[in-house]
Ligand binder design. Structure first.
Ligand code: C5P
Length: 231
């Protein structure tokens, strides 16, 4: 891990405060084990292995702060803070804990298998001068919009759609400005887009999938060669 580099530091913010209702586990999703290791630990290990991050701030539910400190690698570069009710609140708490960063990488704990090389590529694009960088993959399904009754209202051209992953990288001033407005979004780039900023996509990685459903958990365990994935 590089030494913190003063005014050019890269701080990774790891939202891990979700309740993980869709996973159906009895612990918050980030604390569910994949291949025998809690997702949040895998995500932090991946960030450390990328060699591209100076500091990591992990946002967790209030009652999980001590537990997170215990399971994360002991390092002066890794901090745990309390997250919030919405993902946006958790990221805002992370920004507040690292106000002097030059760049932020916002990376979901639930994307526990993200290859370190993808993290390094996002950081390199930021350092090359792109203010907002997100990994993206083509979508395989046709996507439709629907109204409140579930009736289809439109079919965007599939070739122009992308599934967006994390880490999402931002020049720190830009992300701070995006979070100054009290808005809620399902990803950070959406807040930055509202400021009119140009968001660059780079090629994502299928292994950066978000572990959300029981099927995702089985897939992740299988990829790590763990018996829980094979039942
Ligand atoms: O709910 P979703 O799958 O979008 O969550 C993505 C990531 O955001 C997860 O790692 C989850 O722990 C985190 N999150 C959070 N605070 C919340 C809700 C979600 O840190 N209030």
């Amino acid at each position: 891990m590089p030494e913190p580099s003063g005014d050019a530091s890269v701080v990774a913010l790891v939202p891990a405060a979700g309740r993980g209702v869709r996973l159906g586990a009895d612990a918050p999703k980030a604390f569910v084990a994949v291949g025998g290791v809690p997702m949040v630990r895998l995500a932090v290990d991946g960030l450390l292995a990328s060699g591209a991050v100076d500091r990591i701030v992990v946002m967790v539910p209030p009652e999980f702060v001590a537990g997170a400190v215990a399971l994360l690698p002991p390092s002066d570069s890794v901090d745990v803070v309390v997250g919030g009710a919405e993902r946006t609140d958790s990221v805002r708490a992370g920004i507040a804990a690292a106000p002097n960063a030059s760049y932020y990488l916002v990376h979901d704990a639930a994307r526990a298998l993200t290859p370190p090389a993808l993290i390094a590529r996002v950081a390199a694009e930021l350092r090359a001068g792109h203010p907002a960088v997100v990994p993206a993959l083509p979508v395989v399904d046709t996507i439709k919009s629907v109204d409140a009754e579930g009736v289809v209202t439109g079919t965007p051209e599939r070739a122009r759609l992308r599934a967006i992953q994390t880490p999402q990288g931002f020049a720190a001033d830009l992300l701070r400005a995006a979070y100054a407005a009290d808005l809620v979004a399902t990803d950070d780039a959406a807040l930055v887009e509202r400021l009119g900023a140009r968001v660059r996509t780079i090629s994502g990685d299928p292994l950066a999938f978000k572990i959300t459903t029981p099927l995702d958990l089985r897939l992740a365990n299988t990829l790590l060669g763990h018996p829980a994935g094979l039942s």
